[in-house]
Design a binder for this molecule. Sequence first.
Ligand SMILES: *Cc1c(COP(=O)(O)O)cnc(C)c1O
Length: 389
Amino acid sequence: MSRHGRHFLQIPGPSPVPESVLLATSRQVIDHRSPEFGELGLEVLAKIKTVFKTKNDVVIYPASGTGAWEAALSNVLSPGDKILTYETGHFASLWAKLARKIGVEPIIVGENWRAGVDPEVIERALRDDKSREIKAVCVVHNETSTGSTTVIKEVRDAIDAVGHPALLMVDSISGLCSADLRPDEWGIDVVIAGSQKGLMLPPGISFNAVGPRALKANETAGIRRSYWDWGEMIAANKSGYFPYTPATNLLFGLNKAVDLLLDEGLENVFARHKRFAEATRIAVQTWGLENLCTSPRHFSPVLTAVLMPDGHSADAFRKVVLENFNMSLGSGLSKVADKVFRIGHLGEINELALMGTLAGCEMGFELAHVPHQKGGVDAAMRFLTSSAA
Ligand SMILES: *Cc1c(COP(=O)(O)O)cnc(C)c1O
């Protein structure tokens, strides 16, 4: 087993954390009621709006993305409310399940694990909702289980075409900072995000970006909540503080991570993700393997899910890669368990890290006796040199 050198963490989140972000988190804890903390809070709460492309409030929870899912729903809905969902994969399905558990009724209008949301399906379902019972449309921006990215603007347009008053809520837990998202411009009422994917932080904090219509809905939302309530949070945030102990050291890290993203420029960050995703797809195609996402307009910039040839175990392949090359690849989740493996190409990654990742896959196919064509790594290299700045 080769355990020397650095571990390649190529799962689609948690993603590797830049050295400077790790160092920023690695300092003595401070008093979260001190003036020093207040300054940090104000700075970080202002800066985070830039990466969310919003002028509205962004709430930060010491919680995983799942907590921010629950927060988003419980802050705008009442028991028995109907929401419209579309199953693009495992995460869309889990969010609907969570909704059911807290007393909301999800209506799943479509299912496709090989593409993003079909906006026509959303439009039709909203048109049929004559009595306007649907309170929110809840979709996943980047479906991390399949490698499909939904075009959120099309979902907004579908809602507008009907003139339906439902809120638009978007899980961008793995999309934020890797795939463009414009909450204000596209009229997204709540964005849900997490720290451990495109934001390049360790796991542990998550976000709700809250638009004015969502804040209004919050006033009458009947689901019981305390910890998750936006009201006290937003009130305390005005002076840079939090109603309970925040994840102080992750906020030091967040401050640094946002600086890195803004220094590179968000549009450059998105372009880098797109280019690495394309290099990865070229390798996959050369290997003669199939991308789980079959819809080119929905190809994810964050990850690529690769289907194994029939009769071959994705998990056995991942094990060979881990044991021989010290690299973690993402597993297939629920319906596609053992059928796909996922290559994460998000966050803190450059050309050579991507090439190492693809080389680990190509060598792994050989060792695990997975039928494939050679030359995927070569083809990806040619693409990267021909598209170099
Ligand atoms: C990772 C992820 C989640 C779950 O986040 P946790 O931090 O594991 O709770 C939800 N949705 C999407 C799209 C994700 O990628």
